[in-house]
Design a protein around this ligand. Structure first.
Ligand code: IMP
Ligand code: MG
Length: 178
């Protein structure tokens, strides 16, 4: 499918599944080398990262664990907009190597929130692994340890990412057709 229609918008194919698979393999390879003997705990941030997390973990060959968390967004009263709370973390992460798995780092606000909340639980180290990264939108200072694909500042869907809940099931990544 070269084009898909989701609700009122048309998207065209941007990153095909084979390219995604290759990029995921490269990130997995680095993690297998760099985090060997660290028995990392992967924390996949739902919903967007479900497909990436699944494909990535199938390529991880070192001892590891995975758990799933969610960032619940609600609108605060401050002018800064929304405050996001990390929910669903049941593991004791103290002293452990954590790898956050995200679908996309856009402005970086969500990831910054997650990082701040994890730091309070005293992990040994926290690594960030994101499928996609939009450097033009990024407004924060933290480092991204593992980035599979760098993308321009356009709205994309597929492979876990949604437009108003739709499109997460697409095996390829699509960009808004302007
Ligand atoms: P950030 O807090 O601005 O970094 O945004 C992160 C969240 O916004 C991601 O986890 C996505 O859920 C969503 N997001 C950002 N860019 C896109 C996009 O292009 N398509 C779909 N969702 C996006
Ligand atoms: Mg997300």
């Amino acid at each position: 499918m070269s084009k898909v229609i989701l609700k009122d918008k048309t998207f065209r194919i941007n990153i095909p599944a084979n390219e995604i698979n290759k990029a995921v393999g490269e990130v997995a390879h680095r993690i297998n080398i760099e985090l060997k003997d660290k028995k990392p705990l992967f924390l996949a941030v739902l919903n967007g990262s479900f497909m990436f997390a699944s494909d990535l973990l199938k390529k991880i060959t070192i001892d590891c664990e995975i758990s799933f968390v969610k960032v619940s967004s609600y609108h605060g009263t401050s002018t800064s907009g929304s405050i996001k709370q990390l929910i669903g973390l049941n593991e004791d992460i103290k002293g452990r190597t954590i790898v956050i798995i995200e679908d996309i780092v856009d402005t970086g606000l969500t990831m910054e929130n997650v990082l701040q909340q994890l730091e309070l639980l005293e992990p040994a180290e926290v690594k960030i692994c994101t499928l996609l990264y939009k450097p033009e939108a990024f407004r924060k200072k933290f480092d991204l340890d593992y980035v599979a694909i760098v993308v321009p500042n356009d709205f994309i869907v597929g492979y876990g990412l949604d437009y108003d809940g739709l499109g997460r099931n697409l095996p390829d990544i699509y960009v808004l057709d302007k």
